[in-house]
Design a binder for this molecule. Sequence first.
Ligand code: SF4
Ligand code: SF4
Ligand code: SF4
Length: 765
Amino acid sequence: MSRLSTVHNHERMSTQNLLLAIESAVAKGETDFYIEASGQHDIGGPLWNRDGKKLTFKVSNPGQRVGSMCMSNTEIVVDGPAPADAGWLNSGGRIVVLGDAGDTAGHCAAGGVIYIGGSAGTRSGSLMKHDPLYEPPELWVLENVGSFSFEFMGGGKAVVCGCESQNLPSVLGERPCVGMVGGVVYFRGHVASLPADVRISSLNEDDIAWLDGGLKNFINAVDRPELYHELAVWAQWQKITPLSFEERGRAKAVSIGAFRASEWIRDGIFSDVFHDDFQVNALVARGEDRLRVPYWENARFAAPCEFFCPASIPSQQRFNLLREGKIEDAYRLLLEYTPFPGSVCGSVCPNPCMDGCTRSVVDSPVQIGRLGSCSADISVEKPAQLSGKHLGVIGGGVGGLTAAWQLARMGHEVTVYEADSGMGGKLEQVIPRERLNHDILCRELNRIEKAGVHFVTDFPVDAERFNALRKKHDALIVATGGHVPRIFPWPGHEKAVAGIDFLKAVNRGENPRVPANVLVIGCGNAGMDAAGGAYAVGARKVICVDVQKPAAFAHEIAHIESLGGEMVWPVQIKEITDQGLITEDGRLIPGEMVIIAIGESPDLSYITDEVKKFRDWLVPSENLSILDGVFAVGDVIKPGLLAHAVGTGRQAAFAADAYLRGATFQPENKQEIPALRLHTAYFARCHASDLPTPQEDFTRCVSCGTCRDCGFCLKTCPETAIDRKNLGNSAFEYVSDPARCIGCGICAGVCPCGIWTMRPNRDLG
Ligand code: SF4
Ligand code: SF4
Ligand code: SF4
């Protein structure tokens, strides 16, 4: 340990000499310091050991800015009080002050943790911010803070424990949290004179869990472990968070400059001593000299809803259009991705988009599925110009019709050949009518036909027809789906009925006879459909068995259970008998009828050419073709959801179009936006009973990765460096002027949608 004493023979060492001595010792590899200071400033940062070792400082009697710009892997313990600016712009250090701290403790902190074992002065925690590249900063104060604390807080977490402050009218002093736009302040005790654009609320479970863990570290660090039981009474705690953007009201938002001039402190913070011209010191780096620079990366990342949607539907764009009042455009946008918004999105899809929705961390997913139904009756025009190319699609199910729809919209002539007497594939033939309103399906099929797609039904394709269609058309799409039931050869399997055949009979209106007790083998979604079909035609009790945990979506299982159905697993079947299923362990699961619903595979016997396959399924090449000019879609590639068929149908259409134009097909491949880039703190929790209609749910949509044009960055940039450029046709972009930008990263910190990225500037050598 290096011990530095700063007074010799009544001579006090200057701040500069002390800092040079510390720097020189650190350069030589010293990592532990005991500093008997005499008011020297800036002790403790920014320093780092070149081998990555931790630096520790024990300091007595420091001057201002102890731990200022402190780096991670640095720990400072001040043995007593610290004057102003303790932990100023802390960038990652752990700073412990065992006594009181002066004004502006934790001011501008961007990382690390600051523990104050007494009270902290005015403007503590002001301008704390959270750079999404790092963990949020923390400021913990045992007693109370002075007036104007947490001004313009943009992120991070502050905790004011209110010890020995019971008689104060406000543990946060006067006018705390003015201009707060992010982060959270937890406090215990009274508060007064809060501005109108923040809210006080009680703690939730997550708050308590975080505080409980942090509190123990804090009171141990400041040597007051005995306070745990007094402080951990969470009913005494509350928190302050900024109002959401919507709650503030767009019209009322003012620029930071106007706010400073008129509302904050008239004529500037130090108006009593000098006139504030609101200019940042000219020495602050701008332009080429900035360490990091902001990039406006609108739509670089996929929103979670878009990423998890098998058809890559960008729902955030629909909600943004609704927010702008462009309702028809929002509904029409969906038709660029699917011809089945009502039948698939709004009816049978289990909505994996909603499972991934960011809004779940605030309250519940945005109502994407129900919004789909709003596009069910939007009409479309035929394209004005035709390409002169004629494509054939074999298979009139969801995948084939999606490909046909997309190709027709591109101006190609398309004919769909379907083996059945009607179009729609599994939507028409297999999905129980109770899950899909048949009228919606008919209207959507009608719209596809009106878009110019020719339907040919009762046209099963064999090898001869396949070869004839290849010759007839400029390109072919293979989309015959999976209709061959997969049957495991248990003894007695011939007594069982295939689930897909059973459901087809129900949908054809044949009313297949079922006994009172039905057994379904398979607890996937197909099994739930089979069970639902059995109930629809008169079964009194359906038991679904599986060798593993039921894989069907929770709401599908819940629906069958609500009808009286039962899931039984794990079940190893030994034999199927007239009395039911005999299991490997000798039990009888009774039932007079057994339906097998463990999936289907495609019948590809019509393709006699050599094609790449994995088991029963086709393996397309990178451009989705299986033969020259022949592209594969949906369940012939891989069994999946109907939304997967929509997704592959759309992609195959783009691939076929590129083939016809002699271009190279580029598959879409967007990464999901990292959750840390998003800021949900602006969004107030909405109670389930207050949910808006799906059309108005844009109020809850975070618009992950796509700019919602809120203007937050423009209004909070301290240098007014950001401008909004109108690009015409409602398009816009936000730009940062390098001549004004100081690379502070506030834009990236406040943007709710994760659009701004701070990147290193040129190599500074
Ligand atoms: S909040 Fe909006 S943009 Fe984000 S995942 Fe949910 S619906 Fe999509
Ligand atoms: S907030 Fe303004 S000054 Fe700061 S990085 Fe963004 S554009 Fe630059
Ligand atoms: S803060 Fe608002 S306006 Fe600025 S980039 Fe983010 S979403 Fe767009």
